[in-house]
Design a protein around this ligand. Structure first.
Ligand code: FES
Length: 241
């Protein structure tokens, strides 16, 4: 089967604008987009830049836009794209560092703000902090996030509002809010109770649509909003002890 790859190229050190470069690629085997990109780079053009690591849809590094669809290049088979023409673009709304490599710093900075780790209390038990199966089931959806950045990059609010935490960070926060081992007081999360946090989401659900792991980050944002309302009502209850 013969394919024509149209790959977005841009080196900010020497190019004025991004442009598409064509590469023809032939294979008789079932190959992923990532494998094809690696062969193109190894055989045709060693200047082509893209990220990858695990090649098993686990690390999230190879997220890109393939024929207009956000996906992981390592898990996308060429045949699944249903077209011999394959347009490859980097994640949008993030600065291009080179070709398909984008600057994910804003994504990581938002994530760090929610302190994405367990805030447990007391000494660590011998067998670690355990969680019951039925409780892990409730957060499993969010645990599945591989931090690929697809939701962040696709979110229309992220592209407009600089201080918005974005879907991945908010869904990750909800994962810890729901985790009974996490003891941080939710009322302290003033950053979330803002337009830059859970109230910034415009419920467009683009994040749910593009997530390659079906995390559905918008579900977590909605749940955070409900939690914020419940906490507010509780704080206003004059009969509360
Ligand atoms: Fe790790 Fe694709 S290379 S997710």
């Amino acid at each position: 089967m013969e394919y024509l790859f149209k790959i977005l190229r841009f080196d900010p050190r020497q190019d004025e604008h991004p442009y598409f470069q064509d590469y023809s690629y032939e294979t008789e085997e079932t190959k992923s987009v990532l494998e094809a990109l690696m062969e193109i780079r190894n055989v045709q053009d060693c200047s082509l830049s893209f990220r990858y690591s695990c090649r098993e849809a686990i690390c999230g590094s190879c997220a890109m836009v393939l024929n207009g669809k956000f996906d992981l290049a390592c898990r996308t088979e060429l045949e699944s794209l249903d077209s011999p023409l394959i347009v490859v673009e980097p994640l949008p709304n993030l600065e291009i560092q080179k070709d398909l490599v984008v600057d994910l710093d804003p994504f990581w900075e938002a994530l760090v703000k929610i302190e994405p780790f367990l805030h447990s209390e007391g000494a660590i038990p011998e067998k670690g902090h355990r969680i019951e199966d039925e409780k892990i089931d409730k957060i499993f959806q969010y645990v599945n996030c591989i931090l690929c950045g697809c939701c962040y990059s696709a979110c229309p609010v992220v592209s407009k509002r600089e201080n918005y935490l974005g879907p991945a960070a908010l869904a990750k926060l909800y994962r810890f809010v729901k985790d009974p081992r996490d003891k941080r007081p939710f009322k302290n999360w003033s950053r979330v109770n803002t337009e830059g946090g859970a109230w910034g989401c415009h419920t467009i659900f683009k994040c749910n649509e593009v997530c390659p792991k079906e995390v559905r980050p918008a579900d977590g944002i909605e749940a955070l909003r409900r939690k914020l309302i419940v906490e507010k009502i509780k704080s206003l209850n004059p009969f509360k002890r």
